[in-house]
Ligand binder design. Structure first.
Ligand SMILES: [Zn+2]
Length: 568
């Protein structure tokens, strides 16, 4: 007897992989013909909506209370059993669809992605990916379990952060060194894990007919509209234009701190000795001010944020047993997003919520697209939605609408723009390092890797005095989980940041037009190519120095104005 098709995501909450596999099998055995292809695709989309939402629901419940054993088991079943196994079934369904010769113009982007996924899929790689997952879990276990002892107190690495912000320089140095040492103490274990991952990833690439894992990753991530060479140009352009600007941000900080040289433990302390910003007192305050900000920016977006508040789709405040971090997930059957974060009343909470709200607006505006795949985009466009929102919302951060006095709002915006300039060289260096790892022929050698990281950092990261700290400097890449767990996932943030700066640039002279373009792009969901989505938003993909220069100059001018008018 064939399994009954679920009526809602709740029907799949406790489903095993075998039960879900049976649903995929029904679609496969009742495969599409040229006449039924579109209707069949709709049914498949509906199954994905149910599975996807059941999985999101499991994530929400588990991260909301990690002490709930049943929620943990449900979440782990989705992440470790269902999601990895579903991929092979999805690829076979995509193969059946393509075989019908379907060529509908409105799903051209989706068909292009299906074709790529089918062409790179190999059964032999399934077990390799499973092994990589296990190694990732082992990395996470070591990295998550690191602790340091300071003044008899045992702290996790994230708990060192407040110590890096204190006025006393010697205490900051001690905290910085302790954090680096925690990673360096496990260098051999991390290296062993990485070398196994490296070998598996290169084997995956070769199996699928690619020369190295970088070219495989470009195909697997559906990067159809830019190439590894474009990204190499991006690296060069960052070195030419952004690295010098980041060095000026560092020089400004050094002067304000009154230091001879800026050391790596001087980067988190407030350069004017000011107390940290406290944007809100309670979660209710936080939601109310944020709601006023989005309504002031745009009536429709304000309404969507009000929907989320009303429908219980915001889990914002930190509380015991909540998982760390923040995310926005989409409930595809309800066609609504959900935001999770750990707000404690600091300026970063504002950045996080505004960023995640950008993802939520994307989910809402694209929600009436027929097929699940038409509602989502790659990270380059997804992060354009969220990073643009960080910049578009900033003019409303001052009271009575937002969280801050006018001076505090200027300080928050200056800090954000400094972060934008400092992040780009970091993003480029993480990507350039991985390019070296997978294409130089020496990525398997741990000493060569550390040396390559130092060379990459010396090129991209200028303005901080690292003399005598080579060891500590190498610790940084062991800490970058993307390099271990999500290879080549990072440059998207750089591409999107440059897109967001273009939307912001337009908003300075034409706020209504900028917002209209932004919303029009979000409404397209994943129905257009990446360059088309950016063009609709009023931006382009930037990999060149001239494109970066114009935006960097704008950010630096704005920084100068903000710094000049702030009375501290
Ligand atoms: Zn994001």
């Amino acid at each position: 007897m064939p399994p009954t098709f679920p009526q809602s995501p709740a029907d799949l909450a406790d489903a095993s992989w075998l039960e879900i596999a049976a649903l995929y099998d029904v679609l496969a055995s009742d495969g599409p013909t040229p006449d039924t292809a579109r209707e069949w695709l709709r049914r498949w989309s509906q199954l994905e909506e149910f599975v996807n939402e059941a999985s999101s629901q499991a994530l929400i419940e588990y991260t909301g209370n990690t002490a709930d054993g049943a929620a943990e088991a449900r979440y782990l079943r989705f992440v470790t059993e269902i999601q990895p196994s579903a991929e092979a079934r999805q690829t076979s369904l995509a193969r059946l669809l393509i075989a019908t010769g379907i060529d509908d113009a409105d799903i051209a982007v989706l068909l292009r992605e299906f074709r790529t996924s089918v062409s790179i899929f190999r059964d032999e790689n399934v077990s390799r990916f499973a092994q990589i997952e296990e190694l990732s879990a082992a990395y996470q276990k070591i990295a998550g379990g690191l602790s340091v002892e300071i003044d008899g107190e045992v702290l996790t690495v994230p708990q060192l952060q407040p110590l890096l912000e204190v006025e006393d320089r010697a205490s900051r140095e001690r905290a910085f060194r302790a954090g680096a040492d925690a990673y360096l103490a496990h260098r051999d274990e991390f290296s062993d894990l990485f070398e196994r991952m490296y070998a598996l990833r290169q084997a995956v690439a070769h199996e699928s007919g690619f020369g190295d894992f970088q070219s495989f990753a470009f195909a697997a991530k559906h990067r159809h509209d830019y190439t590894p060479d474009d990204v190499a140009r991006f690296h060069d352009a960052v070195v030419e234009v952004v690295t010098p600007a980041a060095a000026r941000v560092h020089a400004n900080r050094r002067e304000r701190l009154g230091l001879e040289t800026l050391r790596p433990w001087d980067l988190a302390v407030d350069p004017d000795g000011l107390a940290p910003l406290r944007p809100f007192q309670s979660a209710a305050d936080f939601v109310a001010s944020s709601g006023r900000i989005f309504t002031s920016l745009d009536h429709e977006l304000g309404e969507r944020f009000a929907d989320m508040t009303r429908d219980g789709l915001l889990d914002l405040e930190s509380r015991p047993n909540k998982a760390p971090g923040g995310y926005c997930t989409t409930l595809h059957h309800r066609r609504q997003p959900f935001v999770f974060m750990n707000a404690v009343g600091v300026a970063d909470d504002v950045t996080t919520l505004v960023h995640e709200a950008g993802h939520c607006f994307h989910a809402y505006l694209a929600s009436d697209r027929e097929l699940i795949w038409q509602r989502g985009t790659g990270s380059e466009a997804a992060e354009l939605a969220s990073m643009s929102m960080e910049l578009l919302a900033a003019p409303y951060f001052a009271l009575p609408v937002g969280y801050y006095t006018p001076d505090q709002a200027r300080r928050a915006q200056a800090a954000h723009l400094e972060d934008v300039l400092l992040a780009l060289p970091h993003i480029a260096s993480v990507d350039a390092f991985q390019r070296w790892i997978y294409t130089s022929g020496n990525g398997h050698d741990r000493d060569a890797r550390d040396a390559a990281w130092l060379a990459v950092r010396a090129r991209f990261d200028v303005g901080v005095d690292w003399s005598g700290l080579d060891r500590e400097r190498t610790a940084r890449w062991y800490r970058q989980l993307h390099i271990f767990e999500l290879p080549f996932y990072y440059i998207e943030y750089g591409i999107a940041q440059l897109g967001a700066l273009q939307i912001w640039q337009r908003s300075l002279s034409d706020p209504a037009g900028a917002l209209e373009g932004y919303k029009a792009a979000l409404r397209l969901g994943g129905t257009r190519t990446l360059p088309e989505l950016y063009a609709t938003a009023g931006a382009r993909l930037i990999f060149d120095a001239d494109g970066m220069r114009e935006l960097v100059e704008l950010v630096e001018e704005r920084l100068e104005t903000l710094r000049g008018s702030t009375v501290s």
